[in-house]
Structure formats: structure tokens, C-alpha cells
Ligand binder design. Structure first.
Ligand code: ZN
Ligand code: ZN
Length: 438
């Protein structure tokens, strides 16, 4: 047989070898949703979600939540690492070798008193899962159960990331610092959305949510009698001008087509009406959709506060906070992953179920993952208008429509399993390097 015939034969072999894997996978992917709706997975997820809802835990205190996760992973014979990032859990399904793809669920609750009266109301006073992270954990476990049942068909390893402290605690950064994402090619996440219907996802390529940063400033003058201001240096008047000047950054310096926010939420100074105080404390936050805009605002906030303080013969110090409220970069969805997401989820739900998400002025610490590796996050609809209108996230009346759980689990499972197939097809691996870090 001549070379050309061999080459043809190899091409034919490659075609038949590659195609069935993908089409087979696509067909089992479309079955993932049916599987996730079956009582053995649906009821199981609902039960897990309700247990977590009854026992909400704040960032880095998710001990019972992680105990529940590790016990379910153990029952499913899924190996895991714990603790990661204080209270996080990282599980593994598949070959244990590269390529690696990650799925993320956040685990923390909020310091809110639940006002919904129902059988599975929070049992902890002042704490509540008011952002749906209880559902996120249940859906990732649902995906884990589905993927485990198809483990032999997984062409690599799915890394399950149960992340603590999303609500301003920087849990994502601690996961990255733990090395859990080394050698991981991409990460996917989702967030429940109370105002999109069940069976619909909302998403977009590029910027999705703002970055956020917090700051404090102390403006120091010289206290004195209110009736003889010429002997004092008044920090109240100085700070009033500072706040007005800060707003001018937004109205006069930044592109009106690049939405940005700067809010002073705290102004503390003085004790009484007839005394000029020594100093004033202000604190605020700023938001923008690009790292460049965030950096520009940061630089100008400091300049304006110090400069305006000097105009009024005051001194000022500005501190950008890192502890309780660390900097969160803008959430920016990777373009290639957006195209990939549309093909996989369009295949499962229909292209008309993928809606363009509105830009969000809130922030999501999934953005930190996206700074480290290609990442993609989307909103999962859970509204059923014929039943009720759902309150927004962080409301004490927040509710999860559990009918959305199978969609999240099935989409997670499909995104991960098909991504590994895509990696094999795009780039046949020459070496099969074990990820020691995992
Ligand atoms: Zn939240
Ligand atoms: Zn959230």
C-alpha cells in the first residue's frame, strides 16, 4: 500500500475515531438534563440545598457546609482535598491526569435575618443564604453525581471547586493561592438569577460585572470654637469640597459610555453644633468595568482627596482597604469560552434560551479566577411567574426556585465534559502530565 493510501486510511480512521466520541458525548450531554430531573438526582439536590439553607455559615466559617460536601463526595467515591482555602473543598472526577477543567460553586451565606416563613428557614439567627450559594453547592454536587456516573467517558479530569467566602472575603484568591487551579485550562461558574425564567440562561462575552474597591480617608484640620473659625482649620468644609470634587471625576473626566460609580457611604466628623472638630473620616467604594478604569479611579481618588484637603489647609491620608473588603477585579467573560458556552448550552436548551445579560454594577469574586486562567460565569434563570415574583439577591425575602437545580447541574456537567473533549480535539496531547499540585 502506497503512502497516499496509508494517509487516506489514517484520515478516515481519525475521522471515525474522533467523530463518534464527540457525537456520543453530545448525546449523553443532552441526556444530562433528563438525568438531573430524575428524582434520584433532583430530590437529592433539593435535600442538600435545604440542609445547607437551614444551616447558613459566613465566609471562612463554612465548616458544616464543607462537612456535608465531603460526606457526599465520599459516598460518591469522589476523591477530594480538604481543607483548601480554610473551609473550601476541591474534588476530582475523571482520569486524574491532564487536561483539567474546573467547575466552581461558592458556599457562604450572608449576615441577614431570614424573613421567609417556610419549613426549611434558616436555623441561625442573623444568618441566611440570601444569594443562592446553597443552591450553587447543591448543583455542583448534582453535576458531580452525573459526571461520576460517566467517569469512564471523561477525557481528563474535572476539578470541583467548592469555594468559601465569596461575599467580599476574597475566597477565590485563597483557592488560587492554594495551587488548586494549577494546570487547569478553564473554569466555569454560575449564579442563580431571580428575574430570568427557569430554563433560560443570561450571559455575555467580555465585561459582565464591575470590579469593586473600598477606601477610607482621614481629613485632619485643627479644631476650635464654631464662632471663631479664623483660629481653626475646618475639616468639615474641606471634606464637603472633597466629596463634591470626587463626583466631578465621574462627570468630567471619565467616558460617559464607560459606566462607573463612586459613592461615599460614610461621613463622620464632629460631636456637636458649636465645635469645629479636629478631623473627619470618610469611606466609600468605586466600581468600573475594566481594570484600567479601576486603576484610573484609584489614582484620582487619592489625588483629589489629598489635593482638595491641601486647598483647605488640611492634611489627608487615604487607605484602600484590603482586609474585610479586598479589591475585586471586574468580571470579564473570555470570548472563546462564550462561543463554546453558546454551542454547548444552545445544544441542550435551544439557542433562544440564551439571553444577553445586563451589565451588573455589583461584583463577583469569580473575577479573580478569570485573572488567573480563562474563566466563564453566567446567570441561571429560576423565575416562574405563574407561581411568584422572586425578590432580588441579598433580600431577607430571597427565595430559590428549586426547579432550576437540574438545569444548573446539567449545564455544569456538560460544560466540563465537553470542554475536555474539545481540548483533545483542538490539541491532541503529546504528554500526559500528572498534576502533582492536585
Ligand atoms: Zn451575594
Ligand atoms: Zn452570590
Amino acid at each position: 500500500m502506497g503512502f497516499v493510501k496509508w494517509a487516506n486510511l489514517l484520515l478516515i480512521f481519525h475521522f471515525f475515531a474522533a467523530t463518534p466520541i464527540f457525537s456520543h458525548s453530545s448525546s449523553f450531554t443532552s441526556k444530562f438534563l433528563d438525568l438531573a430531573k430524575e428524582p434520584k438526582i433532583f430530590d437529592w439536590m433539593v435535600n442538600i440545598r435545604r440542609k445547607i439553607h437551614e444551616n447558613p455559615e459566613l465566609g471562612y466559617e463554612e465548616f458544616k457546609t464543607s462537612e456535608l460536601i465531603t460526606s457526599e463526595l465520599t459516598k460518591l467515591s469522589i476523591p477530594y482535598k480538604y481543607p483548601v482555602a480554610v473551609t473550601g473543598v476541591v474534588g476530582f472526577i475523571g482520569t486524574g491526569s491532564s487536561p483539567f477543567v474546573a467547575l466552581r460553586a461558592d458556599m457562604d451565606a450572608l449576615p441577614i435575618q431570614e424573613l421567609v416563613e417556610w419549613e426549611h428557614k434558616s436555623k441561625v439567627a442573623g444568618k441566611m443564604h440570601a444569594c443562592g450559594h446553597d443552591a450553587h453547592v447543591a448543583m455542583l454536587l448534582g453535576a458531580a453525581k452525573i459526571l461520576k456516573a460517566h467517569e469512564k467517558e471523561i477525557l481528563g479530569t474535572v476539578v470541583l471547586v467548592f469555594q468559601p467566602a465569596e461575599e467580599g472575603g476574597g475566597g477565590a484568591q485563597k483557592i488560587i493561592d492554594s495551587g488548586a487551579l494549577e494546570n487547569v485550562s478553564a473554569i466555569f461558574g454560575l449564579h442563580v438569577h431571580p428575574n430570568e425564567p427557569v430554563g433560560v440562561v443570561a450571559t455575555r462575552s467580555g465585561p459582565l460585572a464591575t470590579g469593586s474597591s473600598f477606601f477610607e480617608a482621614i481629613i485632619s484640620g485643627k479644631g476650635g470654637h464654631a464662632a471663631i473659625p479664623q483660629y481653626a482649620i475646618d475639616p468639615i468644609v474641606a471634606t464637603s469640597n472633597i466629596i463634591i470634587s470626587l463626583q466631578h471625576i465621574l462627570s468630567r473626566e471619565v467616558d460617559p459610555l464607560d459606566p462607573q460609580v463612586l459613592t461615599i457611604g460614610k461621613f463622620q466628623g464632629g460631636e456637636t453644633a458649636n465645635v469645629i472638630p479636629d478631623s473627619v473620616l470618610i469611606a466609600g467604594t468605586f466600581r468600573a468595568f475594566s481594570r484600567e478604569s479601576m486603576m484610573y479611579l484609584k489614582q484620582r481618588i487619592e489625588q483629589v482627596i489629598i489635593g482638595q484637603a491641601a486647598v483647605h489647609k488640611c492634611n489627608a491620608t487615604v487607605t484602600f482597604l484590603n482586609g474585610d473588603k479586598p479589591y475585586s477585579p471586574p468580571t470579564i467573560n473570555n470570548y472563546d469560552l462564550h462561543e463554546y458556552f453558546k454551542s454547548v448550552v444552545g445544544n441542550m436548551l435551544g439557542a433562544n434560551k440564551i439571553k444577553k445579560a445586563q451589565l451588573l454594577m455589583g461584583s463577583e469574586d469569580f473575577a479573580l479566577f478569570q485573572e488567573a486562567i480563562p474563566g466563564y460565569i453566567f446567570f441561571l434563570g429560576m423565575e416562574n411567574k405563574s407561581v411568584e415574583q422572586l425578590p432580588s439577591a441579598h433580600s431577607p425575602y430571597f427565595k430559590v426556585n428549586e426547579d432550576a437545580l437540574p438545569y444548573g447541574a446539567a449545564i455544569h456537567a456538560s460544560l466540563a465534559s465537553n470542554y475536555l473533549i474539545k481540548l483533545h480535539q483542538d490539541q491532541p496531547l503529546v504528554e500526559d502530565k500528572y498534576n502533582d499540585e492536585l
